[in-house]
Each structure stands twice: as structure tokens, then as C-alpha cells.
Design a protein. Structure first.
Length: 553
């Protein structure tokens, strides 16, 4: 955008004379990119940043501008370099014009977050020193005024960004504290990242790495909005219409690329699986996480790439995608860690993590004008996450408050019992003869232990009445679970019994060989013999009564 570049170039040339000669900074590169200068532009911060940023691992990269001048920058080393993204065929701005590599949580300078620090308000909703709503005088020229808290004129707001779509005054005035991506590392067993967890030897540890960058969406909107509101793009005739150049910008094309990168160390006392896995939630549009281990097995690196990187689309589509972006609760769950079986009770173990990301954004108008020459305009924006205050690890060193970490203490393994219960298949009460067969509980079982359900020595119980008559049989049908694995809680295994009544004895089933009064010849329960004895007894009683009757006068 021709006019924007003229404005920025005028400022850049004015501060170029303030840039220190490199002899005063022997460890610095010859041409560090603008974001590596301090806020006052009196010194460079390359070596200081590379040395002091303990919460992220940085690497250097170099670019060559159109004048064949080389420039050096720093970026999180686990990210794709600015020279290797899907937009690598598009040059990233003019290093002498402004900061085309805005970054957050890395360089302690107001030069880092914005194109130029005095343009910070152009990422917000307030007009600031630009033309506010209702201030147009009907021609191309803006009215001169001091600071205004009124919104920027709608004439240069083709995307109709509202107050909630852009940075707040607190955010753009203090970006070094308010434009930070905050991270927390916790476990799914001990969700409070601000407390020391407890794990026993042999336990699985599932880590949750969370990020909160709720401002990112609004910053990206501001990056898109900023070029349209710099002044001079107003219509000559209708002050209520969107400026023609703004409409050209609105109707332009865009290409984007993005990536997230996480690392977690594997501390002593923790083992990691051969193929650890990770799952991302809270953020759409990224491919499946790729997990890799270092050669010594002491570091996991997890990277996620934006789907369809570098695919050309409309700027409108990009703005719509950004409007759906929510980085307030991004969570990466990492599986594959286990406390070593020989970890010593009382030992404190700490996981350290890093997180970074980039968003590579290029735009171009499809028609040309004096202000838009049809050139691509590209920015490579990146961040390094820092530990949140709310979730700070109590065991973290006091001199490293930005390090993302989670700590736990090795404790004596908690043990659990497997108990057993019987039930009938129809819900009826089981007799005491069956309940007496219930196995004893298996106690002292560590988490993760598999216990096989016991075999019963007796699986069939006959039930008889008081006279010894068989009433039926209870038969064991088996355990609901042939085996159980302890998972952090006691377990009860239930076995089922089924009752089968005895078959009824048909009437008159005595054979010709059955002898009345002989129990041994009557079958198992002696019922016919008992009946015969009863008849004999009743006959004798009748004979006695007759004799008495006869004896009466």
C-alpha cells in the first residue's frame, strides 16, 4: 500500500539515525530485524533475548531484502522458519520500513508487537489521531485533532469491525504485559496446575497443556484493519460511502499458514511409551498432532499445522475464519507417560514445557490504484507462551516465573480390594447354604493390577425340607466379569445363581414289587410306605373303638 509505506518509511528513516553502531554491541548481528531493538532504539536485544529467554528455545534466521541486504531475526526453533512456510515465495515486507515480524512473549521491547510502536492504537477501536466517526469534511483530507476516544470513521472500516472485535486501550498501550499467550501444564488426575500432584510408581500420567490467548483474534483483526485507517483514503463525493480503495482491499485475496509447537521434557523417574499420542481440543482447523521423541528419549515435541497451508482464498473468507477463532481455552492432551516402577517414594518430579505458534498472513488487491499496486503484503506473526500466574507450579524456581511446569510427588501406591457378591437370576433371596460359599475379598491390590475371579469348589447346592425331602437345586451360573483391572477404586464382582425346583413324583407310581411298610422299597423319599403305615394305624384305632362299644351294657 503505497501511502502507508510512505508514512512508515518517513518514520523509519527518522529513527535510522538513532540506531547504534554495531561496534558497541560486538555479540549482535550486523543487521538485526527491527523488533530486536529496544523501545528507545538505542541498542539491540538479540544476544540478551537469545540468552535470557529460558521459557522458550530460540533459533536465528536470515532474510535478504530487495536491496540484497541480509537481516537476522530470532524465532521459536520448533516452529517452521519464516523462510520455509507455505508463503515463502512472498517477501515479508521491507525491514527498513517497519516490523513485519510482530511477536509476543519473546522480546522485551515495544518494537516487537506492532509495525511501529506509535501505530499501536491503530489495532484498536478508538480513532486516536486518525479521523473519527463524523469528522470527515467531505474531501480526501482528514481534520487535524488531538487524541479521540470516538470510533474510527466507518468510511475506512470495510469489514465493519466493532469494539469487541479489536484490541482494548489497555492491551495496545501495554502489550508487553497484556498481549501474552499464557500457558499451564497439569495432569488429568490432578487438574489444579497450581498444586503439587501425587502419583504412585507404575501409574499413568496424562498431561494437559492449555493455552489462553483470548486477544489473538482481536489482534489479527487489528492487523487487517490497520492498513485501511491510516488516512487519505476518503471519497471525494459521498462521505458516507466506503472509500473505493478500502473496497478494493476488502475484495482482495489472501494466503495464510499457521502452526503450533509444544515441547515437554521427560524427567528422571518417568518413562514414556514408544508411541506417545496427543489430542488437541478448543481450536479448529489444524491437522492431527505429530508427536516425536528426541534421540535420547528425554524430550517430546508436538507440532500441529494448519489445514491447507498457503491455499489462496478471499480476504473476506479469512476475516470470517478469524471471527470464529477462540484461543481462550486451547488444550493439548498428551498420553504416554508413566511413573517408573522403581521411582522412590517422596521424590518430587517436574515436567517443563514450552509452547509457541505462528500465523503467516499475506494479502493482495486484485485491482490496482494509486494506493494499491497489486503487490503482496505479508506478515509473519509469532508468540512464545509464558506460565500463567493462576496456575503457577509451587515447585517452580523463583527466578524463573515464566517457565511452564507441573510437579508431582511420588507416593506409596494406594491399594484396593476386590470383593465378591452373589445374586439370584430372578432377584429372589439366596439361602444360607449358597451364601456360605461366597469367596473372601482379595485385598492389597495396586492400581492397574488384574485380578481373576475365583473358581468355586461347589457350584451346585441341593435344598431339602425338614424331613429330608429334596425341594430343588441352586446352580452357579458364573461371574459377570471373569477378571477385573483395578482403576483407582475398589471393585465388586457379582456371581449369579439359578434355582431349579425338584421334579414332582406322579401319583400311583409304586410298582408290584413295592412292599407296603418297607421304606427301602419306596423310592428316595419313602412316601408310599408312610401312607401305608398311616392306614394300618387308622384300622387298629377303629377296631379298638368297636370293642369298647360292644362292652357297654
Amino acid at each position: 500500500m503505497k501511502r502507508i509505506r510512505k508514512i512508515v518509511l518517513a518514520f523509519a528513516l527518522s529513527i535510522a539515525f538513532l540506531m547504534p553502531t554495531q561496534s558497541a554491541f560486538a555479540a549482535e548481528p550486523d543487521n538485526p530485524l527491527m523488533y530486536l531493538y529496544n523501545t528507545e532504539m538505542t541498542g539491540t536485544l538479540y544476544e540478551e533475548t537469545l540468552t535470557n529467554d529460558y521459557w522458550i528455545d530460540l533459533a536465528s534466521f536470515s532474510i535478504t531484502d530487495k536491496r540484497n541486504t541480509s537481516w537476522t531475526g530470532l524465532y521459536p526453533k520448533n516452529l517452521i522458519s519464516p523462510t520455509e512456510t507455505a508463503n515463502k515465495d512472498i517477501g515479508v515486507g521491507d525491514p527498513q520500513v517497519g516490523n513485519t515480524y510482530p511477536n509476543f512473549g519473546i522480546v522485551n521491547s515495544m518494537m516487537a508487537p506492532f509495525l511501529l510502536p506509535q501505530f499501536n492504537y491503530r489495532y484498536g477501536y478508538e480513532a486516536g489521531y486518525d479521523v473519527a466517526e463524523g469528522e470527515l469534511d467531505g474531501n480526501e483530507r482528514q481534520q487535524s485533532h488531538g487524541w479521540s476516544d470516538n470510533p474510527i470513521t466507518h468510511v475506512v472500516n470495510p469489514f465493519n469491525f466493532g469494539k469487541d472485535d479489536l484490541l482494548t486501550k489497555d492491551e495496545y498501550n501495554d502489550p508487553l504485559n497484556n498481549l501474552l499467550v499464557l500457558g499451564d501444564l497439569s495432569s488429568q488426575k490432578n487438574a489444579d496446575s497450581g498444586a503439587i500432584g501425587e502419583y504412585a510408581p507404575g501409574e499413568d500420567v496424562v498431561l494437559d497443556f492449555t493455552l489462553n490467548g483470548s486477544w489473538v483474534r482481536r489482534y489479527l483483526n487489528g492487523s487487517i484493519f490497520m492498513p485501511t485507517r491510516t488516512g487519505g483514503y476518503y471519497p471525494k463525493t459521498d462521505p458516507n460511502a466506503i472509500a473505493p480503495d478500502m473496497q478494493r482491499y476488502h475484495d482482495g485475496i489472501a494466503r495464510t499458514d499457521a502452526q503450533l509447537a509444544f515441547t515437554v521434557n521427560v524427567p528422571d523417574g518417568v518413562n514414556v511409551a514408544d508411541t506417545p499420542t496427543a489430542t488437541l481440543t478448543g481450536l479448529d482447523g489444524f491437522e492431527t498432532p505429530q508427536v516425536s521423541k528426541s534421540e535420547d528419549g528425554k524430550l517430546l515435541t508436538i507440532t500441529l499445522r494448519k489445514k491447507d497451508p498457503g491455499k489462496q482464498t478471499t480476504l473476506v473468507a479469512v476475516v470470517e475464519a478469524i471471527s470464529r477463532l477462540d484461543m481462550s481455552n486451547v488444550k493439548l492432551s498428551i498420553n504416554g507417560f508413566k511413573v517408573s516402577p522403581d521411582a522412590t517414594e517422596g521424590t518430587q518430579i517436574t515436567f517443563d514445557g514450552t509452547a509457541a505458534g505462528f500465523y503467516d498472513f499475506a494479502t493482495k488487491t486484485t485491482t490496482t490504484s494509486p494506493n494499491f499496486q497489486g503487490d503482496w503484503d505479508r506478515r509473519y506473526m509469532f508468540f512464545a507462551a509464558q506460565q500463567s500466574d493462576a496456575g503457577r507450579d509451587p515447585a517452580s524456581p523463583e527466578d524463573k516465573p515464566k517457565q511452564i511446569s507441573y510437579s508431582f510427588k511420588v507416593v506409596k501406591p494406594e491399594t484396593y480390594a476386590v470383593t465378591y457378591a452373589f445374586q439370584s437370576d430372578d432377584g429372589s433371596e439366596l439361602p444360607k447354604e449358597v451364601q456360605a460359599l461366597l469367596p473372601a475379598a482379595v485385598t492389597g491390590q495396586a492400581n492397574g493390577t488384574t485380578v481373576t475371579s475365583p473358581a468355586l469348589n461347589t457350584t451346585s447346592v441341593e435344598i431339602k425340607d425338614a424331613d429330608g425331602k429334596k425341594l430343588g437345586t441352586w446352580n452357579f451360573q458364573g461371574w459377570k466379569q471373569p477378571s477385573v483391572t483395578i482403576s483407582g477404586a475398589p471393585v465388586t464382582v457379582t456371581g449369579t445363581w439359578k434355582y431349579t425346583p425338584a421334579a414332582a413324583t406322579p401319583a400311583g407310581n409304586a410298582t408290584s414289587e413295592t412292599k407296603v411298610g418297607t421304606l427301602s422299597d419306596t423310592g428316595s423319599d419313602g412316601t408310599p410306605a408312610i401312607a401305608a403305615l398311616a392306614l394300618i394305624g387308622s384300622g387298629l384305632a377303629l377296631t379298638g373303638l368297636r370293642r369298647k362299644a360292644k362292652a357297654k351294657p
